[in-house]
Design a protein around this ligand. Structure first.
Ligand SMILES: [Zn+2]
Ligand SMILES: [Zn+2]
Ligand SMILES: [Zn+2]
Ligand SMILES: [Zn+2]
Ligand SMILES: [Zn+2]
Ligand SMILES: [Zn+2]
Ligand SMILES: [Zn+2]
Length: 1755
């Protein structure tokens, strides 16, 4: 079947390929009816090309389509082969100066904060880098796809609209030139014709709605019965639902289903079945049935294949058109013309209109194709962009209506194009004046919010999911309105004024529907049953906030508009308040001889609403008027007389009283919705158009009325009138045993009321209210934020309101008020308030939350104490009010105010009961202070204001009038300053009295009649001095106490390891280093220290005591005692790997005996250095295990450690561990029983002896394995060889260790084996000892690398945990043979030995180029005792060690010579040839003889020696470390400091000649033999002949990849990256491996692979090949570092990229430019080098349990 189909396909293809473009085009040129001709051609061929098989094969289809269908069209346009035609067009083209690059998903975009007209103006990376903006303040974001580069759009940029590239073009081009002049008449005519036909074809077929019938002129003669079951995308069903349904409906595998679902999600539709009608219908019904249960079913259509074919081609045509117009701006213009030309059906019949109006009916893929075409055509041609914009505006309402019904995201809706027109200033202006766009948008918006209450206000009460969905969509209209308003007009035409005011009217209608919405009534008795809906109203308010501000900005630009708008707004407000005094009789209030009438209204009993946008808009406009001149020059133009101040203040006052009552706890039963509303009312996102404006409105009202009247009305609204109007009410109220809650409530209300008065008088920092500018306002905000605490840039930004351009204006003023402190390796940069700004601090700053206020108060008082100042926080000096608001200050000296002050002070003096509070007093003091400041300023500006009418000082000295008869305010303050219960406020009272006197002096100096100073003040001076001394004494006591507490605290903190890790680590290192000193510095007088061999420095026996962290018992470390162990963590490692493509394929068969020099897979052991008894540890581990089992049964939770794999956390430091290492004394001392070294064999002799012993062993081994075959022969053999002298192969040494130590030796050995090879534990496996030696060698090598990289000395002060770990590890590895099979270890030794000294029985050993010599050395030395213990000839262990070292060193030197880089690097020889150089030359000659001519000639001995010296250093260093820890010989002091290379010292310490070549000379008898045998290996030959490569020395340390300095180049790199599996799709979470630089498609279905039977994401899969399970990644879109270890462990880590404010931006939310912080990146690299990634993850997961729940393996 398949083959038949293929054959058919091929046959068709052949016939198709015969089609000639020229011929077809020729025919068309002759045609009279081009449309018919072309349609015939399409009808015939399209179904033959597209949809020939169940699965699409787009490449092939497109290729044939290009040939058969598009080729002729191109020919037709060009009149010749397009291969020649298009380049000609391109050449003649004068390209547009617009960049217009359409952004891909994830591509970086840039916006200049200095020059962009609005934040939607963006540049592509290329343009940005070539623009002036790269040196400006810019923001970087990643595009969500769609949208294009605005480079070249002069309207988008205030400055520098062109980048270098696009600038070139503009200089040549003349504006307004018609691009058609570059085309010939013929081309124009032909293009016009074919574009008309094809564009119409595409639109017709894409909007075609029938499922099995084609348009008549495309219908085929013979129709097959092939249908597709087409599945469409929706936003309702989940991926999983679709996948599940498909498996059921069309019987496919899960993988296929995932494929279908992915395509449906991406393209919007996909055929899931192909066949006859019935067959497809069947699948459709299953899908519909399965998905219709809860929601509407998935959309499925059964379509005839020919329709699908034409639709596919239709899409192809659209993208083809997009490509063609790219050759010439002329062609683009023609296409635009074709697209916008009205069709025969008149209005809305152009192709563009038809597409737009069908948008919501098209599937996703079709939409994005035509949107793209619009962007590259209509939006790139300025003339047609305008016409298109008009069409868009005319269709606006319909498009929005469609969008509301559409279930796709806005990004794929044509309505999203609004940003392209509305943000372009001239277009927007044109649309406003000609299409009345503002009004249209607002009306459309109102149309969609139909639910109103009886008063016509919006109602969101019954708020269903569908409504919520629609409501979300409606909000995009507000966004459009914002776009339209975002660029403000510079000039006003009458037309614009008229249309703007029309729009303003519509806007007022909208606000009117919001005024008073969501009213609430206080709930008494019962708690509310259901939280009322409040979010919708607030969302609306929040979304409108910027629009409201922008409306005001527009008004501010034109006086005429402002006055008109003001009038309109006032009129609407009066409508809203219509009937506001109806019915009720007014009541009369009177205090101190003043009286006023007001309505009867109680916030606590009647309806009140937080939503008052009309009042607030009026307040905003009033401030603007106050700023303008018109208010003073032509006040008659203003409707000021119509203003009724009591009406203006009424609603804002109610709202503020509501807040006060909520705070006083009176609205508790109204639930959280109210609390939330109050919160948002004050929140930085809303307050600008809510709370702030209410304050302004009150200020406006008060400035127009008698302050006494206002205060009485306010008292009444706060429901406090009774308390202050009844003379004795206060007394009664405080003495009476009223309900305590009520008293408390009233106290809070009084406090709140006083606070409100403070705000009304003190808040003058909005331009227009006070005489300030916008800079002063923002400065003040910052000063107050930083008064709370120092803040990072982002924190500060969050606390400031942003304008519509997302700007806070902070950067321009921050320098003036704050110092910046740079961040360290962690943390972020901080801004600190400049000390001189502290005087601007206002304790009652109106944007403080209560918590912030008390924090700020505390911080400021502390600061004052530190500066040894008094702690008064007096009100700051304020700027003067603007004239319209000037009378506000009179509140402070009004009679009612003085009465209130006096009353409260009186309460404080009487100090009885709880009917009084300190906060109350504090506020009164603040108010008094404000009044004094005001008076002082008036006096100081006396020149300007000849008559000072502000006389607070006089009034405060007067006693209260009857009937109260209270003493004067001054007198009461003087009384209070000595009140013992007011200690905290003393400084403030003192400040008031001082200021009072200062003012008096001022008055005296200006007035002729001086008044004598009262005695009271002199007394006061005296007592002040006394007080000062007393306070000083108290302060001292307090300081001492604080210090003591601090000391206690830090003591306690030591126990809280988690809370302060760094502190803990310090102490940890301190503790252990003392123990290390004890252990490490035996008294050795000899200055030449030797680590090994017969001359090894004898170290006096050291007794070592350690303490178990679990039972706290001390214990000596020795062979017989109970084992002490260190918690340890063994892991596989590729940190040193030079070949990441290599990893262990089959661990069961893998032979680890020889480590390849590429170190591709090592086993690393680390330890936190904490010591335990073995049995204590075992008990601990068992309990962890038991607990874990119980826990897993209860709730299947992950932990940060995997108990089943033997993992646990160190009981002290919670460091991740998976085994323990036993602590041992130097193990060689136990066996090295010889002290007389007089007659030790030399190297040659020793090698001979060992070879004999090996031979003997082999014979014996053979005998054992084949006991039956001719025993005579065996005895013969033994006779023949003779057992070497003193060799007793039957001897079995006694294991010296205690049982418990032996057990621990086995435990750690098995763990290393299990983890290193990833196999099941098996302590009998012969590879166990090899893995132990390997881990020892590998760990030493990795530490040597770290030390060298950091330029640290080899034996410098090593962190003690490392020191402990290496010592234990080395000694453990050396002792392990005692618990392994002797024969096995001997076997390993023989094989290792044979790699250097060949024998007959080991044939297939690696050549010396393929052996890591240090691993070999460690293996040989540690296996050697197994052989040596049977040697009783008198050769010591030390001699053997030394000879092994020398032999391996020789091999290494040959290795170095063979691989040394032979290119002369041009460096000159420094001195004459020395001894070493001559020797190495001689050696090289020998090598040359052995290796043959393939070895390159090297003329310079100096060069060779230099290479050898450099190459061998790491080996020498590792060996020194190894023998140091093995034998416990202290290191020579010279090597303990950094600096020189220490080559000589190392050689001495290792008992090697400093001229290493001497090793060869001294043993000349065997040198040649050895070299020959090494060089004769076939691999060496192949290497020398260049057939293979080898590792060169010294090996360079691995580094993490180089990261670019600028983060955006990473984003760019990632945006070019597409998923490697799903053919060109953009990856959603591109993730960079920092180890090897591979980009991966993370966190996505497409790139999941199977690993060990589980599905894992691309990152996890990658760690297995790249990092042995450990990975370090950068998630590029998130700017976040990801650590992974194994499948279940992972954590996020802060990225090494910082913005200019020293902050990271995880998630790239802020968009500040990010630059590489090298130090932080080094820190990550260090973690990696130290093998600490897993540990870091463990700590992170312990600290943050949510990390444990993340599915790391799917990343
Ligand atoms: Zn660009
Ligand atoms: Zn550009
Ligand atoms: Zn700029
Ligand atoms: Zn213990
Ligand atoms: Zn520990
Ligand atoms: Zn990698
Ligand atoms: Zn992928």
């Amino acid at each position: 079947m398949a083959s038949e189909l293929e054959l058919e396909m091929q046959a068709i293809d052949r016939s198709l390929l015969e089609c000639s473009a020229e011929e077809t085009a020729g025919k068309w040129l002759q045609a009279t009816d081009l449309t018919r001709e072309v349609y015939q051609h399409l009808a015939r061929y399209v179904p033959k090309i597209y949809c020939r098989s169940p699965n699409p094969c787009p490449q092939k289809e497109d290729m044939v389509a290009q040939h058969v269908l598009l080729g002729p069209m191109e020919w037709y346009i060009c009149g010749e082969d397009s291969e020649f035609g298009f380049p000609k067009l391109e050449q003649a083209n004068k390209p547009s100066h617009l960049c217009g690059r359409v952004f891909k998903v994830g591509e970086p975009t840039y916006s200049c904060r200095d020059c962009a007209v609005d934040p939607t103006c963006v540049l592509c990376m290329e343009c940005f880098l070539g623009s002036i903006h790269r040196d400006h303040r810019y923001r970087m974001t990643t595009s969500g796809g769609g949208g294009f580069c605005d480079c070249g759009d002069t309207e988008a940029w205030k400055e520098g609209p062109y980048c270098q590239k696009h600038e070139l073009n503009t200089s040549e081009i003349e504006e307004e030139e018609d691009p058609l002049v570059h085309l010939s008449e013929d081309v124009i005519a032909r293009s016009y014709a074919i574009f008309t036909v094809m564009f119409r074809y595409a639109v017709d077929i894409l909007t075609w709605e029938k499922e099995s019938e084609l348009p008549a002129d495309l219908e085929m003669v013979e129709k097959s019965d092939t249908y597709y079951c087409m599945l469409f995308n929706d936003e309702v069903h989940t991926y999983e639902q679709v996948i599940y349904t498909l498996q059921k409906a069309v019987n496919c595998t899960q993988k296929e289903a995932i494929g279908f679902a992915t395509t449906v999600d991406r393209d919007g539709r996909r055929s899931v079945r192909c066949g006859d009608f019935q067959y497809c219908e069947q699948a459709k019904s299953v899908i519909v049935r399965n998905t219709s249960r809860q929601t509407k079913p998935l959309k499925v259509q059964v379509m005839h294949s020919s329709i699908v074919a034409h639709q596919n081609f239709g899409l192809k045509v659209l993208s083809w058109l997009g490509n063609i117009i790219g050759y010439s701006d002329g062609l683009r213009r023609i296409l635009c013309q074709v697209g916008l030309q009205e069709g025969p059906d008149g209005e809305n019949s152009s192709l563009v209109d038809r597409l737009m109006l069908n948008d919501s009916k098209l599937w996703k893929g079709a939409r994005s194709v035509y949107h793209q075409l619009f962007m590259s055509s209509l939006l790139m041609d300025l003339k047609y962009k305008k016409l298109f914009a008009v069409r868009f505006a005319k269709n606006y309402q319909q498009l929005q209506r469609d969008f509301m019904e559409d279930d796709h995201e806005r990004a794929v809706s044509v309505t999203a194009l609004s940003v392209q027109f509305f943000t372009a200033p001239t277009l927007a202006r044109m649309l406003i004046t000609e299409e009345n766009l503002m009004t249209i948008i607002i009306k459309t918006f109102m149309d969609h919010l139909r639910d109103r209450d009886a008063q016509g206000r919006f109602q969101f009460e019954r708020y269903t999911a569908l409504q919520a969905f629609k409501f979300r969509r409606v909000q995009s209209l507000i966004l459009d309105l914002k776009y339209v308003l975002i660029s403000k007009p510079t000039e006003w035409s009458d037309d614009l004024r008229q249309k703007f005011l029309e729009g303003f009217d519509a806007f007022l209608e909208l606000l009117k529907c919001m005024q008073g919405m969501d009213p609430i009534t206080r709930q008494v008795g019962q708690h509310i049953e259901m939280e009322p809906e409040w979010e919708a109203a607030f969302t609306l308010q929040m979304k409108l906030t910027h629009v409201i501000s922008m409306m005001q900005d527009w008004c501010a630009l034109d006086e005429k508009v402002l006055i008109e708008a003001y009038k309109k707004c006032l009129a609407v407000l009066m409508q809203c308040h219509g009937g506001f005094t109806d019915g009720e009789q007014p009541i009369t209030l009177s205090i101190c001889g003043h009286s006023v009438e007001t309505i009867r209204y109680c916030v606590s009993q009647e309806k009140v609403s937080i939503h008052l946008p009309v009042s607030r808009l009026l307040a905003g406009l009033h401030v603007l008027l106050s700023k303008s001149e018109v208010a003073y020059k032509f006040p008659e133009l203003l409707p000021l007389s119509e203003l009724s101040p009591p009406m203006l203040i009424e609603h804002p006052l109610r709202c503020l009283v509501l807040c006060a009552q909520v705070h006083a706890g009176m609205w508790r039963r109204n639930g959280f919705s109210l609390v939330n509303q109050i919160y948002y009312y004050h929140n930085v996102k809303c307050r600008r158009e809510m709370f702030d404006k209410d304050i302004v409105m009150l200020q406006t009202g008060v400035s127009m009325m008698d302050p006494n009247h206002f205060l009485m009305i306010m008292l009444s609204r706060f429901e406090l009138y009774q308390i202050f109007s009844t003379p004795d009410y206060g007394k009664r109220f405080s003495s009476e045993i009223t309900h305590k809650d009520v008293v408390q409530q009233n106290n809070t209300l009084i406090e709140e009321m006083l606070y409100l008065i403070i705000m009304l008088v003190g808040e003058r920092f909005s331009p227009g209210v006070g005489q300030v500018n916008a800079t002063d306002e923002i400065k003040r905000e910052i000063v107050h934020q930083l008064s709370i605490k120092p803040m990072a840039h982002s924190e500060l930004v969050k606390s400031l309101p942003e304008d519509e351009n997302k700007e806070t204006g902070m950067e321009s003023v921050i320098e003036a008020v704050a110092h910046f402190k740079k961040p360290g390796l962690t943390g972020r940069g901080m801004y600190e308030l400049k000390p001189e700004c502290a005087k601007e601090f206002n304790l009652y700053f109106y944007h403080f939350s209560r918590a912030e206020q008390s924090k700020a108060e505390e911080a400021q008082r502390k600061l004052k104490r530190q500066n040894k100042e008094d702690t008064a926080l007096p009100p700051p000096v304020l700027p003067p009010f603007c004239p319209l608001f000037a009378s506000l200050v009179n509140i402070l000296q009004s009679d009612v105010m003085l009465c209130i002050m006096r009353t409260i002070l009186q309460w404080a003096v009487e100090h009885n009961g709880y009917a009084w509070s300190e906060s109350m007093l504090q506020r009164v003091l603040h108010l008094v202070g404000m009044a004094l400041q005001e008076e002082k300023q008036h006096l100081e500006n006396v020149v300007e204001e000849p008559v000072v009418t502000f006389t607070f000082t006089q009034k405060m000295s007067k006693p209260g009038e009857a009937p109260n008869n209270s003493p004067s305010i001054l007198a009461m303050l003087e009384t209070l300053q000595n009140a013992p219960y007011l200690e905290v406020h003393k400084d403030m009272i003192r400040w008031i009295l001082k200021t009072f006197n200062a003012i008096k002096k001022l008055r005296e100096s200006s007035s002729p009649s001086p008044v004598a100073e009262t005695q009271g003040t002199i007394m006061e001076e005296n007592s002040r001095d006394k007080d000062k001394a007393e306070r000083k004494r108290k302060a001292e006591i307090a300081r001492l106490r604080r210090e003591k507490i601090m000391a206690q605290m830090s003591e306690m903190q030591r126990h809280f390891i988690d809370e302060n890790k760094e502190l803990f680590q310090q102490t940890l290192e301190l503790d252990a280093s003392t123990s290390a000193v004890l252990d490490n510095s035996p008294v050795v007088s000899d200055m030449t220290l030797t680590a090994l061999g017969p001359a090894q420095t004898q170290v006096p026996e050291q007794r070592q005591f350690v303490t178990c962290i679990l039972c706290q018992e001390e214990q000596e470390v020795n062979v017989e005692s109970k084992a002490m162990v260190l918690a340890a963590f063994v892991q596989r490692s590729t940190v040193l790997s030079k070949n990441r493509s290599k990893f262990i394929q089959d661990p069961e068969k893998y032979d680890p005996l020889f480590m390849h020099p590429d170190l591709s897979c090592g086993t690393h052991t680390g330890s936190c250095g904490h010591v335990m008894h073995a049995h204590c540890w075992q008990r601990y581990f068992d309990s962890v295990q038991a607990k874990e089992q119980r826990r897993q049964q209860r709730l299947r939770l992950h932990t940060s450690y995997d108990v089943e794999n033997g993992e646990f956390l160190c009981p002290l430091c919670e460091c991740l561990s998976n085994t323990v290492i036993p602590l041992l004394l130097p193990p060689r001392n136990i066996f090295n029983n010889r002290s007389n070294f007089s007659d030790q064999p030399n190297l040659t002799l020793w090698i001979r002896t060992i070879s004999q012993q090996i031979k003997a062993l082999q014979v014996l081994r053979k005998e054992e394995s084949t006991p039956n075959t001719a025993s005579s022969k065996n005895s013969e053999n033994i006779d023949e060889f003779q057992l070497p002298e003193g060799f007793r192969p039957d001897f079995r040494p006694k294991n010296p260790y205690s049982e418990s130590i032996k057990e621990m030796l086995k435990t750690f050995g098995t763990a290393t084996y299990k983890v290193g090879l990833k196999v099941h534990p098996n302590e009998e496996d012969p590879r166990v000892p090899i893995m132990c030696w390997g881990s020892c060698a590998y760990t030493i090598q990795s530490i040597e690398r770290i030390l060298s990289d950091e330029d640290k000395p080899l034996f410098g002060p090593l962190p003690c945990r490392l020191d402990d770990c290496l010592r234990s590890l080395t000694r453990f590895a050396a002792a392990h043979w005692t618990v392994a099979s002797l024969a096995v270890v001997q076997g390993h030794f023989c094989k290792l030995f044979a790699s250097l000294v060949p024998d007959d029985s080991h044939g297939d050993l690696p050549c010396i180029l393929d052996i890591d010599m240090f691993h070999l050395l460690v293996g040989l030395v540690l296996a050697f005792p197994a052989l040596q213990c049977q040697d009783f000839s008198g050769t010591s262990l030390g001699t053997g060690d030394l000879h092994i070292l020398r032999l391996v060193t020789m091999a290494h030197i040959i290795q170095l010579l063979l691989t040394s880089c032979t290119e002369e690097n041009g460096m000159d020889q420094e001195s004459l040839a020395g001894e070493e150089e001559l020797a190495v030359l001689a050696l090289y000659k020998t090598l040359h003889q052995c290796a043959g001519s393939a070895l390159k000639e090297i003329p310079s001995g100096w060069h060779l020696w230099k290479n050898v010296r450099a190459g061998i250093m790491p080996f020498l260093k590792c060996s020194a470390l190894f023998f140091h820890y093995l034998n416990g010989v202290p290191s020579p002091p010279e090597i303990q400091v950094s600096g020189a290379s220490h080559f000589e010292h190392l050689c001495n310490y290792l008992s090697l000649p400093t001229n290493l070549i001497c090793l060869f000379q001294e043993n000349s008898e065997i040198t040649k033999l050895l070299i020959e045998s090494w060089c004769h290996n076939i691999e060496v030959k192949r290497y020398l002949e260049g057939e293979r490569d080898a590792i060169r020395y010294p090996r360079k340390s691995n580094k993490l990849i180089d990261l670019p300095e600028d983060y955006s180049s990473l984003i760019n790199q990632a945006s070019n990256f597409s998923c490697p599996k799903s053919g060109g799709d953009k990856s959603r979470a591109p993730t960079l491996c920092l180890v090897c630089g591979t980009l991966l498609c993370s966190q996505s279905y497409c790139c999941q692979t199977e690993l060990e039977g589980e599905d894992v994401g691309a990152c996890t899969a990658h760690t297995y090949s790249c990092g042995s399970g450990v990975g370090i990644f950068l998630r590029v879109r998130e700017c976040q570092v990801l650590f992974l270890a194994g499948k279940t462990k992972g954590c996020f880590y802060s990225p090494p990229y910082l913005d200019d404010y020293g902050e990271t931006d995880q998630g790239l939310r802020r968009g500040n430019p990010l630059h590489l912080c090298k130090e932080r990146f080094k820190k990550i690299q260090k973690l990696w080098h130290q093998h600490s990634i897993t540990e870091e993850i463990g700590h992170a997961q312990e600290a943050n349990q949510t990390l444990v729940g993340i599915d790391w393996q799917h990343l």
